[in-house]
Design a protein around this ligand. Structure first.
Ligand SMILES: Nc1nc2c(c(=O)[nH]1)N[C@H]1C(S)=C(S)[C@@H](COP(=O)(O)OP(=O)(O)OC[C@H]3O[C@@H](n4cnc5c(=O)[nH]c(N)nc54)[C@H](O)[C@@H]3O)O[C@H]1N2
Ligand SMILES: Nc1nc2c(c(=O)[nH]1)N[C@H]1C(S)=C(S)[C@@H](COP(=O)(O)OP(=O)(O)OC[C@H]3O[C@@H](n4cnc5c(=O)[nH]c(N)nc54)[C@H](O)[C@@H]3O)O[C@H]1N2
Ligand SMILES: [Mo]
Length: 714
């Protein structure tokens, strides 16, 4: 590879790239790519050929299926492979192994986005699109540091913020992010209090008649319950819970209530924070109450993070059956069984599929004995890392890791399979606004590495997976054939791909699903006709109690009677699980920085990006820094009940009482698991949202102490 450029004709990026897009490709070329499988023998990972490697894997799997059954196998995948890879993996995991222990790292990422869309609209799928950024008159960003994490989208917002007819901007974030700096109202809430704030905003909308009540009542169910729930959330009450000014809450509500084209966005400051799904649903409610769903320039963007998080969700790798089918609805299971030509009983649907945190718990308890990890690095990205390390190194757990690099996780595995990266393989991916793109192979993978797609086909063949007539279970051999199979799978479902083909996707730009006979050029906005996916036969999920997470049955859903109308759901504010005290007086929050991506397996290998942010730091407010005798640049230790890390202090615009640590930095030496005192997840807690099951990475109490002056350390 020699460079990457954007395509001006593309509807999403219009030719623009961010720093990671411009420079990140260099990681593909790096000299330390994995090029041979590695098998642990006598305690050491040793190079073996592909035959030996895949035989070791499939013999182990066969043995477990015979001795223990499908429940002994767990699969933990990604938001970074291609659609065709997820669909194939879902097929072989459900239809082949027959296990329900299949989830993606999307559980850490966009499980709440998906869940809130299911709770409110009946199915996953973004109501609005990026074109609405061009048309809105107010932007409401909640827990979304878009300038650092979605630079191309931020450029599009800047076009508006710096242009004629500037939209009003309201930002909710405990930190003074670049968007917060430009905001008309910045609500620097105490982490974990989104629900209290959003409840107060809904309270204000209702109290001032800024709600299109008759329309909303016609379009949705749950209005009266919502009204009584928010009754006590005055701006003063929210202000005291969130530690902001009541006048600012009022000003924000006034902007939201007065806007004609209001676009709301949410990301990890909602999804990884306390009461994630309840807060995300309340944001959907605001869009509904203001009549914004389906309206150009209005609506809600429940944002995604990873490039193919949407596909992981669509294809059945993230807790649902493929193409947003509902495991509780037998006709959906039967449809899938017919497509795959397997008995319906083969497809796990006796309960919800296990979520990632459960899969690791089962591995810890020993009921899962083989864990197949593809394109994710849980030894850095899961909460409470000392626990994750102890699970991954359990002698009786066989860990298979499929990655391009010897990551912290791969270094602990029993079998490592070298994967090809994007640019080295062909496949499709779908972004947060439902735009499907084709990514063509440009170069060969390094000799010895194989695409995930090929590895999946090989595993399926070696396992001897067949359909109910004895023919091979997997009917395709190329990504394009798989895509055609996927199109059939989506027929009549919300994510209808039947109008798409590789040929059509070569037309220059991506295309938004649903794309079918009725909408051959794709669909810009969902629900413009006011019908939602909330009938018994259509719903992807029958929903949950937003406060407790108790799952609703088909009976409950019938009783709710949404039947094509949207569902207004909300919950009372509940304090986050770990409050600061004398011993641990500060609130921790974690997240991202502009120049690094996740666990840095790629960005650490890119000179420009690595140099821009080579090592971990901790952001402190000037007030806390002064009290602790810490100056900018000093080395400090951050400690929680679970672990510690050492980092340089950055004294900046974080709200007092809160510290922020970027979670990008794993071990100093990736191959040395004893060398770990700089990962944010040494500090975080094993807790998750009751509804979406997304881990609450933005939580926990810590203390900070000065270790040495920055001068000394340098
Ligand atoms: N440069 C870069 N870009 C990325 C990534 C990356 O690693 N690096 N990762 C990609 C992925 S997978 C994802 S998911 C996205 C994530 O993108 P973002 O969600 O924008 O990033 P985060 O830094 O995780 O969190 C966003 C903000 O939430 C705020 N926050 C923390 N707690 C709370 C709270 O209780 N309430 C509110 N309202 N805000 C809170 C934090 O201060 C932070 O500024 O980024 C994507 N883009
Ligand atoms: N404390 C804290 N923890 C967090 C978060 C946070 O904000 N705070 N954010 C969470 C979120 S939103 C996310 S998305 C996760 C991300 O967490 P991870 O998924 O663990 O992070 P990555 O570093 O992106 O790991 C992806 C791995 O896949 C490999 N890879 C990339 N492409 C391919 C491919 O095509 N095939 C194969 N086989 N391998 C490939 C890369 O080399 C890399 O090692 O972290 C979560 N953890
Ligand atoms: Mo993410």
């Amino acid at each position: 590879m020699v460079g990457i450029r954007g395509r001006e004709v593309d509807r999403v990026n219009r030719g623009r790239l961010g720093p990671k897009g411009l420079f990140g490709w260099q990681a593909n070329n790096s000299a330390d790519r994995l090029t041979t499988p590695l098998l642990r023998r006598d305690g050491q990972l040793q190079p073996v050929d592909w035959n030996v490697a895949l035989d070791a894997f499939t013999q182990r799997a066969h043995g477990l299926l015979d001795r223990r059954g499908p429940g002994a196998i767990g699969v933990y995948t990604s938001g970074q492979m291609f659609l065709e890879e997820y669909y194939t993996l879902a097929l072989i995991t459900m239809g082949g192994f027959g296990t329900n222990h299949l989830d993606g790292n999307t559980r850490l990422c966009t499980a709440t986005a998906a869940q809130s869309l299911k709770e409110t609209f009946g199915a996953d799928g973004q109501p609005s699109g990026y074109a609405d950024v061009d048309l809105c008159d107010a932007l409401f960003l909640v827990g979304h540091n878009v300038a650092a994490t979605q630079t191309v989208l931020w450029s599009r917002m800047l076009d508006r913020l710096e242009g004629a007819d500037r939209p009003v901007l309201v930002v909710v974030d405990p930190r003074r992010t670049p968007a917060a700096e430009r905001a008309d109202v910045h609500l620097a809430v105490r982490p974990g209090t989104n629900v209290a704030l959003l409840n107060a905003i809904v309270h204000e909308l209702m109290a001032h008649g800024w709600v299109k009540e008759d329309d909303v009542r016609a379009l949705s169910v749950g209005y009266d319950d919502l009204e009584s729930l928010v009754e006590q959330y005055t701006p003063e009450r929210a202000a005291s819970i969130c530690d902001v000014d009541a006048a600012d809450v009022r000003r924000a509500a006034e902007i939201i209530g007065g806007s004609e084209r209001l676009l709301c966005t949410a990301l990890q400051g909602v999804y990884q924070s306390n009461q994630a799904t309840a807060a995300a649903c309340q944001l959907n409610n605001i869009a509904l109450l203001r009549g914004m769903i389906g309206r150009p320039g209005g609506g809600v963007l429940q944002m995604n993070g990873q490039p193919t998080a949407q596909n992981s969700r669509e294809c059945g790798c993230a807790g649902d059956l493929p193409a947003f089918r509902n495991w509780q609805h037998q006709p959906h299971v039967d449809e899938l069984a017919a497509l795959w030509n397997v008995e319906p009983s083969r497809i796990p649907h006796w309960g919800p599929h296990s979520h990632a945190m459960e899969i690791f718990r089962y591995a810890e308890e020993g009921s899962i004995e083989l864990l197949w990890i593809t394109a994710t690095n849980p030894a850095v990205s899961l909460p409470e890392l000392h626990r994750i390390r102890s699970i991954l190194t359990k002698p009786d757990l066989f860990v298979v890791v499929q990655d391009a690099f010897l990551t912290e996780t791969a270094a602990l595995a029993d079998l490592v399979l070298p994967g090809a990266l994007w640019g080295e393989k062909t496949g499709t991916f779908t972004n947060a606004d439902r735009t499907v793109h084709l990514s063509e192979k440009a170069v060969e993978p390094p000799a010895g590495a194989r695409t995930d797609f090929d590895i999946f086909l090989d595993v399926a063949a070696r396992m001897g997976f067949t359909d109910k007539d004895g023919a091979p279970l997997v009917k395709w051999t190329t990504p394009e054939e798989c895509f055609d199979g996927w199109r059939d799978c989506t027929r009549g479902r919300p994510c209808d791909y039947t109008g798409l083909s590789y040929a059509k996707l070569r037309g220059g730009s991506g295309i938004q699903w649903p794309c079918n006979d009725a909408a051959p050029h794709g669909t810009e906005r969902l629900y413009s006709e006011g019908r939602f996916h909330t009938t018994i036969d259509d719903a992807e999920d029958y929903g949950h109690d937003p406060a407790t997470g108790a799952a609703w049955t088909e009976q409950d859903y019938r009783a709710l009677g949404a039947d094509g109308r949207a569902i207004l759901k909300a919950a009372d504010y509940l304090p986050a699980p770990e409050a600061p005290n004398e011993e641990f007086p500060l609130l921790l929050t974690t997240g991202r920085a502009l120049h690094q991506f996740h666990t840095r397996t790629k960005t650490a290998r890119v000179p420009q990006l690595n140099a821009a942010a080579p090592d971990v730091w901790v952001e402190l407010s000037p007030i806390d820094a002064e009290r602790l005798g810490i100056s900018d640049g000093d080395m400090v230790r951050v400690e929680s009940r679970r672990g510690h890390l050492d980092a340089a202090a950055h004294v900046n615009g974080t709200r007092p009482g809160t510290v922020f640590v970027p979670f990008h930095y794993g071990y100093w030496d990736q191959a040395d698991p004893t060398d770990h005192d700089r990962a944010a997840n040494e500090l975080t807690m094993t807790v998750w949202d009751p509804v979406s099951k997304q881990p609450t990475f933005k939580s926990g109490a810590v203390r900070v102490a000065r270790l040495a002056s920055g001068e000394v350390m340098r």
